[in-house]
Design a protein around this ligand. Structure first.
Ligand SMILES: [Zn+2]
Length: 348
């Protein structure tokens, strides 16, 4: 059984905004049923998102995009000479190409495998302009790459597919891209997901991700929709701003991904990005976590988490400070239930 833990904390102070009157603010704290990750919601911030997330400065964004385009090592076919290549044993020819997308090694890898996928020829895209077909090609390259890695080094079993978009989200290049990481052990949060899923299965006899999906679908508060057997929802206790969570019940790991998972992910990402754009956000991160390749013990299903980051604006303040980075909490600026309601319109 899932435990939806939450509680209320009360803060009291004399507010200069109310002529010194005593003010009471209630803060809702939520705990993720699997990982215990905590998020807070303070209704006093309702309608005041711009205090924490100032709107995107569109002119500044255009200016930064134009300034970085000239030096971009991916634009105008420069990837053909400027990007590294894999040994022929892994990828004959060194790079994988599909449509407008190209996969090549990261020059400074963070793991045994660390590939980059250039997502299309265009240097800069608004969040409402990531077409399904483009994302499908990029994701297909990522999955193809994971298969090749597995064939060459079966001991490297832990893979994630990730993205940073624009500099407040940690991207060093503006040009849209994905990153695929593979190592002999999972990263910190990846390991937590795998271990907690395993412990849940041992405790309850069921797979957490099936129970989560069934429960969220039944109550419908945070459930958005199903896309060809993949489930999209707002996270109960998000790990970042406006977190959307997708669950892949058919695929315990990336080696089980078919065209269906690739297409469903492309459609889901496109829709979430449209929804983020409509909320006025301009940046994002996502990570898609796979179970250990070819070692399904029935406790895990692939999961994707997607969040917004601070908007593009000059001298922006990071959205990741002590509360998030060191205390490992998050602030909900929109109630997940409200976020799900907003997103449903972009999944029609
Ligand atoms: Zn570029």
């Amino acid at each position: 059984m899932l435990e939806w833990t939450s509680w209320i904390e009360t803060a009291r102070f004399h507010s200069p905004l109310r002529n010194g009157a005593l003010e009471e603010q209630t803060i809702e704290v939520r705990r993720d049923p699997l990982t215990g990750h905590q998020s807070i919601y303070n209704p006093a911030l309702e309608g005041k998102i711009s205090i924490l997330f100032p709107p995107t400065d569109e002119a500044y964004l255009e200016e930064r995009a134009a300034a970085s385009a000239a030096a971009c090592f991916l634009c105008d076919g420069k990837w053909r000479t400027m990007t590294p290549t894999y040994p022929n044993e892994l990828i004959p020819g060194g790079r994988l190409i599909k449509g407008e997308s190209v996969l090549f090694p990261n020059l400074f890898p963070l793991g045994a495998y660390h590939a980059v996928v250039m997502v299309g020829h265009r240097h800069h895209r608004r969040l409402d302009d990531f077409p399904e077909g483009l994302l499908q090609d990029a994701l297909a390259l990522a999955v193809d790459f994971v298969r090749r890695c597995r064939a060459q080094t079966p001991e490297v079993r832990y893979f994630t597919i990730n993205a940073n978009y624009l500099f407040p989200a940690g991207a060093s290049v503006t040009h849209p891209h994905l990153q695929i990481l593979g190592g002999v052990e999972p990263g910190t949060h990846h390991r937590l997901l795998l271990e907690a899923s395993k412990a849940y299965k041992e405790r309850t006899g069921t797979r957490y991700w099936d129970d989560l999906t069934a429960s969220e679908k039944a109550t419908a508060h945070r459930y958005i929709t199903e896309i060809d057997g993949t489930h999209w929802m707002a996270a109960y206790s998000p790990m970042g701003v406006n977190e959307i969570l997708a669950v892949y019940p058919r695929a315990a790991d990336f080696s089980a991904w078919t065209e269906r998972e690739i297409q469903a992910t492309a459609v889901g990402l496109r829709n979430v990005l449209r929804g983020y754009h409509a909320l006025g956000f301009s940046t994002f991160n996502f990570s898609c976590y796979s179970g250990p390749l070819g070692a399904d013990d029935g406790s895990f299903a692939c999961v994707l988490r997607m969040v917004n980051r601070q908007n593009v604006t000059p001298h922006y303040r990071t959205d990741d400070y002590y509360f998030q980075k060191l205390l490992k909490n998050e602030i909900m600026i929109l109630r997940p239930e409200k976020l799900a309601q907003h997103m449903r319109a972009h999944f029609l």
